[in-house]
Design a protein around this ligand. Structure first.
Ligand SMILES: [Zn+2]
Length: 396
């Protein structure tokens, strides 16, 4: 099989603030045969040579909070109730967008329930998509949570698995595992904004049962009380975490609980102030509310950073309003929150891989898969370089 030599690129792997320059990488049979200084290459044999001068190699990215079967946009909530055929079409479009944006792995944290028109199974729709994309270089690898497990009355009726009590919460979570979910997603904001919908003991029971089956549990929490419950219950990660105080961040650090940021969703709401007629985004009160939300979310990321909580980058595309090619938006926002650009790149690469328990995800190493891309510019001084995807190596 043909080999490809990427000659004289820069390299940023999200683990240090320094950009390596003058790097050549030989890919053979889809794997990285060697990485050498460009002035000390080994004989590349009959490799096709790609002049990569002026571009930067980065690891295939990991979108740690995604909804692969949903299209996003300002009507994202309504789109969740589209028929399965439409959602599977959206997934194929998302798969193309993700690949073009340099996303190799997507962690899907909730898809609508339905009868999959391809395999006929009644379950969370992303599970069939994951299975069918396996082994395809033009689609990302998916790890999927099944559907959202939530308190009845929280999400749109018919969308998710709704529990009235703690026994049902556990049963629904285990049902997702039975259906083939790779992880379990608890939607932990309740219909009553004043109180967390479940106690830490109730959530811990779900965590223990899932861990006993080798499955991780993550939880959507956007308020102080919810993130506190998550941290006390020992979930594996907190999604969004728009409100996390220093005590909770400390508990997260102690318990090895990751924080998955989704700041791009707030940025997209801000864009709707001028692109839509939706009152809660366009009105002065709406804009002020979103601005306050952003301030709190950025502060939470900073609190986690100071507490040395592992931070992984997610876009919430589909289940929130961004589209599937917005991972660079999240990296930019993390830098605005206070991460160094290399840390933000790490959040969008190997940190997501650790969250998935996938050692090859977001990592570039000799002998590993050729899951890297080349962007124009230096993402360690300007995170916007990640928008400028020039070449996605694993599709060639
Ligand atoms: Zn989400």
């Amino acid at each position: 099989m043909a080999a490809t030599l990427y000659r004289d690129a820069a390299l940023a792997d999200g683990r240090s603030p320094s950009l390596r320059i003058g790097v050549s990488i030989l890919v053979r049979d889809g794997r990285i045969a060697w990485i050498r200084p460009s002035d000390a290459e080994e004989d590349p044999g009959d490799a096709v040579v790609i002049d990569a001068g002026g571009s930067t190699v980065v690891p295939g990215m990991v979108d740690a909070h995604s909804h692969v079967t949903l299209p996003g946009g300002s009507h994202w909530i309504q789109r969740g109730l589209d028929p399965p055929e439409a959602l599977l079409r959206a997934a194929e479009e998302n798969g193309r967008l993700l690949t073009g944006a340099g996303v190799r792995w997507a962690r899907d944290v909730g898809s609508p329930l339905g009868v999959d028109p391809v395999d006929g199974r009644q379950r969370a729709l992303c599970l069939g998509v994951r299975d069918r994309w396996r082994g395809r270089s033009d689609r990302p690898y998916i790890r999927a949570a099944g559907t959202w497990v939530t308190r009845a009355g929280t999400l749109e009726p018919g969308l998710a698995a709704e529990a009235d009590d703690a026994d049902a919460l556990l049963a629904h979570a285990l049902h997702q595992v039975h259906d083939g979910a790779d992880l379990v997603k608890l939607y932990l904001d309740g219909p009553d904004p004043q109180t967390a919908p479940w106690s830490a003991a109730e959530v811990r029971r779900v965590v223990e049962a899932c861990h006993a089956r080798g499955v991780r549990v993550t939880a959507h929490a956007t308020r102080f009380d919810g993130s506190r419950v998550c941290a006390e219950a020992g979930v594996d990660a907190i999604e969004h975490g728009f409100e996390i105080d220093a005590d909770t961040a400390h508990l997260m650090r102690e318990g090895g609980i990751a924080m998955v940021s989704t700041l791009a969703v707030i940025r997209s709401w801000q864009s709707f102030a001028t692109t839509t007629r939706i009152e809660r985004f366009t009105s002065p009160e709406g804009r002020a509310r979103v601005a306050a939300r952003e301030e709190s979310a950025l502060a939470s990321v900073r609190t986690c950073l100071v507490a040395e909580v592992a931070i992984a980058a997610g876009t919430d595309f589909g289940g929130g309003s961004p589209h599937a090619n917005a991972i660079a938006w999240e990296v930019e926002a993390l830098v605005d929150a206070g991460l160094e650009p290399w840390q933000a790149l790490g959040a969008a690469t190997w940190r997501g891989g650790e969250l998935l328990g996938e050692p090859e995800a977001g990592v570039i190493r000799e002998g590993g898969p050729a899951d890297f891309l080349l962007v124009h510019g230096d993402p360690l001084s300007d995170p916007r370089a990640l928008w400028r995807v020039w070449h996605v190596a694993w599709t060639h």
